[in-house]
Design a protein around this ligand. Structure first.
Ligand SMILES: NC(=O)c1ccc[n+]([C@@H]2O[C@H](COP(=O)([O-])OP(=O)(O)OC[C@H]3O[C@@H](n4cnc5c(N)ncnc54)[C@H](O)[C@@H]3O)[C@@H](O)[C@H]2O)c1
Length: 437
């Protein structure tokens, strides 16, 4: 009994560093901080200041919840301390990496943030530490691309001195129902024992449960196919939309009818943007190609979805011509520039493809999005987005994203008798829209 007490006193509590405090890292850091001492680390010092002042501009963690876990100093007590100097994470024993994994302009994976974050962790790695990756990657990236960096920088030996894990994130930005703790999480480790440890770590905070995958590669592959499957399914309904438009049938009516069968999958047509569904299939495709297989279905889905901006623009222009609206110089209002509904994220938004295509037709565009940060839109795309709809009438109004606020718009104020409304998301009342995708 006495001995047990001494051992417990001398055993250091687990301390977790989260590397990268974005859409994925911050909610995870907040959750772990309810039961552990967590140090949030990010290269973006503005982000650190914002978080330490109790504000999350991504809106994934509400200010009150964030403030309830924030602590003012880095200690071993439960709570979240966000910081930047490397020094601050050196006494952690779990390092969880949640940095971006984008693609370049040729759709090839960019592993630079992942490699840089691995170098950061390599500098503070100690015997017994476990490095867990959460970023979406292709199968093999953790053990073949990241672990060698950890070994090189730290001088330690993998699976002897330190270990790795992979646990893909499944959060859905803007979704307040499926939050990080409620989503069943896949876990894995570089040895069976480490797999159990990683699984136990997540099980201690994830109420939705965990699934321990047999290897890291299996866990990596499971994540990348989840998003590839969605991409292919959306590409299929986008193709259906093109066919049914030619046939003069409303796609949504068809999907509603087909959806009455128990095993018909409820996917909807639309612009596939963001940094998951539109990006992850390229990671899988790259790995397949490196291994001598040229994916057909995966890349066909990507091609189809990437072409939807141009397609929707041409449909809008056809509608305008049919109503004798001169396209060149016409006033067009775009409702929504974020990549999805009720969320401020504008990265890789495909609304921009549609905007560029409409600009090519000579239209005079106004962009309204109550969620998007105007400065970020300008910085990323050189476009002006407005939080309010300016006064005046528009020849065409195009809804690209189903933000709840758009249900409240008084369309009679911004259109005249001959204006058209094109509803990409089939979100507005049927009587309002001239056409849907
Ligand atoms: N956002 C999602 O919906 C979502 C869902 C599941 C998985 N993922 C995956 O999770 C990963 C992270 O995505 P995200 O949306 O949170 O990205 P994000 O851009 O919102 O956040 C990444 C953060 O990492 C920081 N960062 C970049 N390089 C760093 C480095 N070397 N060291 C420390 N910090 C660094 C950035 O400053 C940023 O704050 C990606 O692989 C993504 O594919 C995202």
């Amino acid at each position: 009994m006495v001995l047990e007490k001494v051992i417990n006193k001398n055993m250091k509590k687990d301390k977790i560093a989260i590397i990268g405090l974005g859409y994925v890292g911050l909610p995870l850091a907040r959750l772990f901080a309810t039961k552990f001492s967590v140090v949030g680390f990010d290269i973006n010092t503005d982000r650190i200041s914002e978080l330490m002042s109790g504000i999350d501009s991504t809106l994934e963690v509400d200010n009150e919840t964030l403030q309830s876990v924030l602590v003012n100093e880095n200690s071993d007590s439960n709570g979240l301390f966000c910081t930047n100097p490397l020094e601050e994470i050196k006494d952690c024993n779990y390092y969880i990496i949640t940095v971006p994994t984008p693609v370049d302009k040729n759709n090839r994976p960019i592993l630079t943030p992942l490699i840089k974050a691995s170098k950061t962790v390599g500098n503070v790695l100690k015997n017994g530490d476990i490095v867990i990756y959460e970023s979406t990657v292709y199968p093999g990236a953790t053990e073949e691309d990241c672990v060698p960096v950890l070994e090189k920088v730290s001088g330690l030996k993998f699976n002897k001195d330190f270990y790795a894990g992979y646990s893909p994130e499944r959060i859905n930005p803007g979704d307040k129902e499926h939050t990080v703790e409620k989503i069943l999480k896949v876990t894995s480790g570089s040895t069976p024992q480490i797999g159990e440890k990683v699984n136990d770590l997540y099980k201690s905070v994830i109420t939705g449960g965990t699934h321990l995958a047999p290897t890291i590669k299996v866990a990596e592959a499971s994540k990348v196919i989840e998003n590839s499957q969605r991409d292919i399914n959306i590409a299929f309904v986008n193709e259906l939309a093109k066919i049914f438009n030619l046939l003069g049938i409303n796609t949504h009516d068809v999907l509603e009818a087909a959806g009455t069968k128990w095993n018909f999958l409820p996917f909807k047509p639309g612009l596939v943007g963001g940094h998951c569904i539109g990006v992850d299939p390229y990671y899988l495709a790259q790995k397949a190609q490196e291994n001598g297989y040229h994916p057909e279905i995966i890349l066909a889905g990507r091609r189809l979805n990437d072409g939807m901006g141009d397609y929707v623009a041409s449909e809008i222009v056809k509608c305008m011509i049919k109503k004798n609206i001169p396209v060149n110089g016409s006033k067009v209002l775009i409702l929504g520039i974020t990549f999805k509904e009720n969320c401020p994220d504008v990265r890789n938004t495909k609304a921009v493809d549609l905007i560029e295509a409409l600009k090519d037709y000579g239209t005079d565009l106004t962009i309204h999005d109550p969620w998007a940060d105007e400065n970020e839109v300008f910085k990323e795309y050189g476009l002006f987005s407005k939080k309010e709809i300016p006064d005046g009438k528009f020849n065409a109004i195009v809804l690209t994203v189903a933000h709840n606020e758009f249900k409240e718009i008084n369309f009679s104020k911004i259109k005249d008798n001959n204006s058209i409304i094109y509803d990409v998301k089939n979100f507005l009342d049927k009587s309002l829209a001239d056409k849907t995708l």
